[in-house]
Write a new protein. Structure first.
Length: 190
């Protein structure tokens, strides 16, 4: 009986977000259909939905450009200098300028003698191997099809990478199209 009660409690707790989401959707539906601009309910809904989207966009644009953007960059600047906390800050507040500017280079990684795998260099760092030689180790993100935001992460020596002179946007198109878009490799691979 105790297990039945705990299972029921876990199920009710899991359903709470679903009920809250249903209430929010019902509230939005009632909000969008309550203002009668036209006699047709669906036309009325479309006009109200468009108005809500435009208002939400401008509110988000204003917050991002005003105090919210400054607050985020200030937290990133101040807390990013503390060694232990900087790892957490880099995870929570990533460098979005790099993403916006599309600065990640597309590379090809030689998987074996016959296969090359496309990826994007997301980070580089200098390391020292066991012989004392310095090498640059790159973090390479290799997207999976059809969802390029999921994938694998590998550490590869920079000298083992082939740079394609393209950016990550083209790599995302290549992954979502299951490779139907051309890679446009200009130099011979071997």
């Amino acid at each position: 009986m105790k297990k039945l009660g705990s299972t029921l409690k876990a199920g009710l707790i899991a359903l709470i977000p679903v009920f809250i989401l249903a209430l929010i959707f019902k509230w939005i539906w009632n909000l969008l259909t309550s203002w009668a601009f036209f006699g047709n309910v669906f036309l009325n809904f479309a006009v109200n939905l468009l108005g809500l989207i435009v208002i939400a966009y401008f509110v988000g644009w204003f917050l991002e450009r005003s105090w919210l953007g400054w607050l985020r960059s200030g937290i990133r600047t101040i807390l990013g200098k503390i060694p232990v906390i900087s790892i957490f800050v880099e995870f929570v507040f990533p460098d979005e300028n790099k993403l916006r500017k599309n600065e990640f280079d597309e590379v090809l990684v030689k998987w074996n003698e016959y296969m090359w795998v496309p990826g994007a260099v997301t980070n580089e760092q200098e390391v020292v191997d066991k012989n004392g030689d310095k090498a640059i180790l790159c973090t390479v993100f290799m997207p999976t099809a059809p969802a390029p935001f999921t994938g694998l992460m590998f550490l590869v020596k920079k000298q083992d990478l082939y740079y394609t002179s393209r950016k990550i946007g083209k790599l995302a198109l290549f992954a979502t199209s299951y490779g139907l878009k051309n890679l446009e490799i200009k130099k011979p691979l071997w």
